[in-house]
Write a new protein. Structure first.
Length: 277
C-alpha cells in the first residue's frame, strides 16, 4: 500500500515539476520575443509604431496601410530594397500576409518586384507626377471657378472665415524646418475647404487612387526645399484673390501653388539621383 501511495506522490510531483518547467520556459520565450521586438524597434530608430500586440498579430490591412505611410513619408526611401522576410519580422506576421501586401503595393506602383533580383520601393517618376498635378490643378481651378460663378455671398463669407482660421493656424509653422504632420493636415484641410464648399467631392475621389504619389512628392518637395513658409504664402495669395473677388488671379495663384516639379526637379535629381527614374 505504501509503495502505491509513494508512486502516486511521485506522479503528482512529476506533473507539478513539468508545469513549473513549462511556465518558466514560456516566460523565457516571451522575454526573448520581447527583446527581439525591442531590437527591431531600435533598428528603426524607435520611431516605428507597433501595430501588433501581444494579444493579436497585425492584419494584412494594417500592415498595408502602415507600409504605404512609410513609403509616402520617405521612411522607406525610393529605390530602397525590401523583402518579405524583413517585413515579416518587423510586423510579426507570416510571409503570406506580406506577400498579399506586396501584391497590393505593386498594383499601386509603390513597389517594383523584379524576379531573381528582389523587391524595391518604386522610384519617383517626375513625368507621372507632373501629369497628376496637371489633373489636380484642373480640378481645383474648376472649384475656384464655381466659387466665383455659383456661390452666393453669404456662403462665400462662411468659406472665407474658415479659410482665415486655417491660415492663422498655418502661420504658427512659419519657421518650421520640416513638413510637420500637423501642418500637413492644415495644408490638406485648406484645399478640402475649397472643394467641399462647392460639393465637388467626386472630382477629388477620381484622383484618390493616385494621391499617394502626389503626397510622396509633396513630402520630398517641401522637406528638400524647406518650402513651408512658401506654402503658407501661396495659400495666402489664393485667399487674398478670392477675398478680392479676382477669379483669374486666384486660378493663377492655384496653378503656381500646385506646379512644383519645375521649381526644384533639376536640383533634386542632382542631389538624390537614386530617388528618381
Amino acid at each position: 500500500m505504501w509503495i502505491y501511495q509513494l508512486s502516486k506522490r511521485c506522479i503528482y510531483l512529476d506533473t507539478f515539476l513539468f508545469s513549473v518547467q513549462n511556465f518558466i520556459l514560456g516566460n523565457c520565450l516571451n522575454i526573448v520575443y520581447n527583446e527581439k521586438i525591442a531590437k527591431q524597434k531600435a533598428r528603426r530608430g524607435g520611431k516605428r509604431m507597433t501595430i501588433y500586440s501581444s494579444q493579436r498579430p497585425a492584419t494584412a490591412e494594417e500592415v498595408y496601410q502602415d507600409i504605404c505611410d512609410r513609403i509616402t513619408n520617405l521612411q522607406l526611401k525610393p529605390g530602397q530594397k525590401i523583402s518579405e522576410n524583413q517585413m515579416s519580422e518587423e510586423y510579426g506576421v507570416s510571409r503570406s500576409v506580406i506577400r498579399t501586401v506586396f501584391t497590393r503595393l505593386s498594383q499601386r506602383k509603390l513597389i517594383e518586384v523584379y524576379p531573381q533580383r528582389g523587391t524595391y520601393v518604386s522610384k519617383i517618376d517626375l513625368d507621372f507626377i507632373a501629369d497628376l498635378l496637371l489633373l489636380r490643378t484642373a480640378i481645383e481651378k474648376e472649384v475656384l471657378y464655381e466659387i466665383f460663378e455659383t456661390m452666393d455671398e453669404s456662403h462665400r463669407q462662411e468659406l472665407m472665415v474658415e479659410l482665415k482660421k486655417n491660415l492663422e493656424k498655418q502661420k504658427e509653422f512659419y519657421n518650421s524646418n520640416g513638413y510637420d504632420s500637423d501642418f500637413k493636415s492644415l495644408d490638406s484641410q485648406f484645399h478640402k475647404l475649397l472643394v467641399d464648399s462647392v460639393h465637388r467631392h467626386n472630382l477629388m475621389e477620381l484622383m484618390a487612387e493616385h494621391m499617394i504619389h502626389i503626397a510622396r512628392w509633396r513630402n520630398f518637395d517641401v522637406t528638400f526645399a524647406h518650402r513651408v513658409p512658401e506654402l503658407i504664402e501661396e495659400h495666402e495669395a489664393i485667399y487674398q484673390a478670392i477675398e478680392a473677388n479676382r477669379g483669374g488671379k486666384a486660378m493663377r495663384a492655384m496653378s503656381a501653388h500646385l506646379e512644383t516639379i519645375s521649381k526644384i526637379s533639376e536640383t533634386a535629381r542632382a542631389e538624390y539621383p537614386e530617388y528618381f527614374l
